[in-house]
Structures are given as structure tokens and as C-alpha cells.
Design a protein around this ligand. Structure first.
Ligand code: SF4
Length: 350
């Protein structure tokens, strides 16, 4: 072990891409957990983990982006396409409320007819119906497309949402933010710099946002690290306003891309690299949605926070299974050596 590296990680200094590459290729699991633990301890007591309960409501599956890793979308006019009514959205939210949930994340597709004003008025109505809940109202990717449909700049679109009361446009739809990856799998979605210019407009309008990543397609280590590197720079550029980074794993079922899911060990090791590399992120979140109880081992690999999900059609249509045995999931966190504490949703200001 390089003690200089250990001291730098513990002190919150950034490590380089070459150092992360070496750690990924050569460090054993105890080394990674120790380094990730040092980075985690800058922000959190060693045995504490936090969670909240949420549902992802997929209000439409109509999408024109055609990402080859997606099992969820239907093209306009294709059989099986839907757009939920207000009442249907409320029925989904009622199910979360019955479980005692706290947060709803809305996630749909690139719907060619939904303008920013349509989202703003729908979400305004929903917020008024459920004042006790927090909402992640769109993802950055959907926001970008809807701004184009609305013929608005990102600044204008963000202003419309903010003025209607929107608090969060989260960093979903990011997968691997590297232009080579985007060209291979999702050429119609966005370019990396375009994504960050949209996210910057969202933050500058006074809304909150988050960072996400998905691994396990065919991305190279260099592409994964390029994602972390650009994200770390963006977080510095915006003064640390993104409160959290969530990584989950690609589910290959029913997708054009196909393939096999990455192993639990690979996921856990990537969480550790993310915690060590992203020295300017307070919360690193592990994905119960895609890894079930195995995700709780992620707390040993640098994560500090997780969701108890109640539904998400996007990952479920590609093979994710959601357990509502919340006690069992929390016991898995305890077995990993952590005291899981329910938390309130983050404040939008980060
Ligand atoms: S991942 Fe999102 S943007 Fe891509 S096809 Fe699926 S719904 Fe559309």
C-alpha cells in the first residue's frame, strides 16, 4: 500500500486517473475497503448508514431516443406505449404512501409531445395533492429533450419549472457520460457537454440535482473513469451543489444490447473507486433497486446511503426484482455492521 496515497485520500485530496486505474487493476478488496472507508469517514461516522423509501413512477414509456440498452421504451404509435393520466399517477403515489414512503421520482422517456409547461403543470398539481412528499420531478435527460420540444433554452426551461415550484431535476439518464459510449449506444440522446450545460442551468435556476452512473454495458475502464473525472470537475465548477452520487448496474433483460450483468464484486469495487475518486461528494449511494440485499455490502465499500424502492418499471422491465420485505433489507445493512437510520429527503440546496 502506498502510504502517501492513503494519507491523501484520508485528507480529501483528489487522486488521478492513473492512480484509480492502478487501484482498480491491482488493489485487493481489503485495500479498496480501507481506502474507501477513509474517504467515507471524512463525512460520516463509520458505522452509520441512512436510507429513505421511494417509488419511481414511470408516467410514460413513449420515447424516441432508442438507446440500445433500454428494455422500457416504446416508439410513438407502437403497441404498448402509454402516458399515465393524473389519476393513474396518483394511484401509484398512493401505493407508496401506504408503505410509508417519502419520495417519488418521476421518470419517463423522450416523449415528442410533452413540453416543459406540460410537466410543470402536472407536477404542480401532484405536489399540491401530496404536500407531505418530496418529488424528483424529472431527470436531466428528459429535461433536455423537453426543452428542445418546447423550443426553449435550458435556462428558459429551468425558469419555467422553478417558477412552477419544482425543487429537483435529478441527474438520471446519465449512464456512462463519455461521448464514445454515447455514440455507440445512445447517439440520439445528448453529448456529454450538452448534458452538463443543462444540469448547470437547472442548478443556476435554484433547483437541486444529483449525480448518477450506470455500469455494466460494454464500457471500458477508461470510459468509466472519464465519467468520474468530468463529474468531479463539474462538482468543483458548481461549488459542490450535487449532494449525492448513485451508481447502479445495467440490467440486460429484453434489451437490444443484451449481455450479462456485472458481478456483485465488480459493483462493490466500483463503488469503492467512486468514493475514493469523488472526493467532493458527501453521499455515495448504493442501489438496492438493482442489487437487492447485496447492495448493503456497498456500505463497506464506501457508500453511506440507500433507497428502499417500492417500484420502478424501467429496471423491472429489464429484469430487476423489487422486494417489499423492508425489514430483511435493513437487517442486511445491520449484518454488514451498520446502523441504518431513516432520513429525510435532502434539501434542494444540497
Ligand atoms: S433509456 Fe431513457 S432515453 Fe433511452 S430509450 Fe430508454 S426511456 Fe428512452
Amino acid at each position: 500500500m502506498d502510504h502517501t496515497l492513503e494519507t491523501r485520500v484520508a485528507g480529501g485530496q483528489p487522486i488521478g486517473i492513473d492512480e484509480a486505474t492502478e487501484l482498480w487493476n491491482e488493489a485487493d478488496d481489503p485495500t479498496l475497503t480501507r481506502l474507501a472507508g477513509l474517504a467515507r469517514a471524512r463525512f460520516h461516522p463509520p458505522d452509520r448508514a441512512t436510507w429513505l423509501m421511494m417509488a419511481i413512477v414511470n408516467y410514460t414509456n413513449v420515447c424516441v431516443a432508442r438507446c440500445d440498452y433500454c428494455a422500457f421504451y416504446r416508439l410513438p404509435k407502437q403497441d404498448g406505449g402509454y402516458l399515465l393520466t393524473f389519476e393513474e399517477v396518483c394511484a401509484r403515489i398512493d401505493a407508496l404512501v401506504a408503505h410509508g414512503g417519502q419520495l417519488v421520482g418521476f421518470n419517463g422517456g423522450f416523449h415528442p409531445k410533452l413540453r416543459i409547461g406540460d410537466y410543470a403543470s402536472l407536477f404542480q398539481r401532484i405536489r399540491a395533492t401530496y404536500p407531505q412528499l418530496e418529488f424528483f420531478e424529472m431527470t436531466v435527460a428528459e429535461f433536455m429533450y423537453s426543452c428542445k420540444v418546447s423550443r426553449m433554452s435550458y435556462a428558459e426551461g429551468a425558469k419555467v419549472l422553478r417558477n412552477s415550484g419544482t425543487r429537483w431535476v435529478t441527474g438520471g439518464g446519465a449512464e456512462v457520460l463519455e461521448d464514445g459510449f454515447r455514440a455507440r449506444h445512445s447517439p440520439l440522446k445528448y453529448t456529454v457537454e450538452d448534458y452538463y450545460s443543462a444540469q448547470r442551468a437547472i442548478l443556476d435556476a435554484g433547483m437541486g440535482s444529483t449525480a448518477t452512473m450506470v455500469i455494466g454495458f460494454d464500457e471500458t475502464l477508461a470510459e468509466r473513469l472519464a465519467h468520474l473525472d468530468r463529474l468531479r470537475r463539474f462538482q468543483d465548477e458548481v461549488g459542490g451543489r450535487l449532494p449525492s452520487f448513485l451508481c447502479w448496474t445495467y440490467k440486460p433483460g429484453n434489451t437490444a444490447l443484451g449481455g450479462a450483468e456485472v458481478s456483485e464484486r465488480e459493483y462493490l469495487r466500483w463503488l469503492a473507486i467512486s468514493r475514493i475518486f469523488l472526493n467532493n461528494f458527501r453521499h455515495i449511494r448504493t442501489s438496492v433497486l438493482t442489487r437487492n440485499e447485496g447492495a448493503l455490502q456497498g456500505l463497506r465499500f464506501g457508500a453511506d446511503d440507500f433507497d428502499l424502492p417500492t417500484e420502478d418499471e424501467v429496471t423491472q422491465s429489464a429484469g430487476a426484482t423489487i422486494s417489499l420485505e423492508f425489514g430483511r433489507i435493513l437487517d442486511a445493512a445491520r449484518s454488514a455492521g451498520f446502523d441504518p437510520v431513516q432520513r429525510a429527503p435532502f434539501g434542494a440546496a444540497g
